[in-house]
Design a protein around this ligand. Structure first.
Ligand code: GUN
Length: 291
């Protein structure tokens, strides 16, 4: 499944929406806050800012030092909540140890929470409320499955990983009426995980463990979605590492009917969904202000 190509089409649709909104005098704006200097986060944040500019949005990156206090970060969130130019706020995770991410995520105005991490949006999504901002990676996975006409209704999906960012929200989306999957969630304490995975019509790997899912674990013809992005050392690479998913692609592609590559699968979809959420936030805030 080619996430790069689909993401490019979605970005074009978003760019069209941005043009329309600009004609009404509103320039959608996303502010991304990066605390500290985690190299992977720095790359994600750079890609997000670049993607914003490419669709005509205002993209702002706020970089804060690694020893930033919780109070300082909360003050920045408050300022962004109050700004009329800012429609979407994203605080890049993970945060340094001295900051409680719960406190920060709860502080973001739910109407600007384009990550969908605020408890209000988490609750709305669980309740099936269409007003919810859906977290970008889970949203991207579902759009990708739909694009490739993967039958989710009645299908058995096995999700590997139970993070708040991916595993739990994917589970919630898959069981909603309209998607109608049967879901098993596996995690680090699951017994006989291979037995579960073997039963799956759709496997969604989101555990952050390279090579966790191999071809022999997959039912022939199953659909495999790899959400993992892991750095593994590779001296033959100019950077000294390469990116791999949680799935051993070479063996899994032999048994799967459809599979996402890493990179070029779920990753680009995540950014496309972020842009879509930001446009949606801007449209809603513009409508509220006009009313
Ligand atoms: N870290 C890894 N994925 C994400 C994401 O989708 N949003 C934020 N804010 N941080 C992340």
């Amino acid at each position: 499944m080619d996430g790069r190509a689909l993401a490019a089409r979605i970005r074009q649709q978003v760019a069209e929406g941005v043009r329309e909104l600009k004609e009404r005098g509103v320039v959608p704006g996303l502010s991304v806050v990066l605390v500290g200097d985690d190299p992977a986060s720095a790359i994600y944040v750079k890609n997000k800012a670049k993607a914003c500019e490419e669709v005509g949005m205002r993209g702002e990156t706020i970089r804060m030092r690694a020893n930033t206090t919780e109070a300082e970060l909360v003050a920045v969130v408050d300022r962004l909540n109050a700004s009329k130019q800012v429609h979407g706020i994203l605080v890049q995770m993970p945060l340094p140890r001295q900051i409680h991410s719960d406190v920060v995520l709860r502080r973001i105005d739910p109407a600007k929470d384009v990550d969908g991490f605020h408890p209000v949006n988490v609750g709305r999504m669980l309740a099936g409320d269409r007003e919810a901002f859906v977290p970008c990676t889970p949203a991207g996975v579902l759009v990708l499955l739909r694009e490739y006409n993967v039958q989710t209704s009645g299908a058995h999906c096995v999700v590997v990983g139970r993070s708040n960012i991916v595993g739990k929200p994917i589970m919630a989306l898959l069981i909603q009426p309209g998607t109608d999957a049967t879901v098993t969630v596996c995690h680090s304490r699951t017994r006989n995980m291979t037995d579960h995975i073997r039963q799956a019509d759709i496997v969604i790997a989101a555990a952050g463990k390279p090579g966790l899912v191999t071809g022999d674990m997959i039912k022939p013809g199953a659909v495999v979605v790899d959400v993992g992005i892991n750095r593994v050392d590779d001296a033959s690479h100019p950077r000294g590492y390469r990116l791999v998913g949680d799935v051993d692609f070479d063996s899994a592609r032999e048994t799967a009917s459809l599979i996402t590559p890493v990179p070029g699968g779920v990753g680009p979809m995540t950014i496309a969904m972020l842009l879509r959420n930001t446009l949606q936030a801007a449209v809603r805030l513009a409508e509220k202000r006009a009313a």
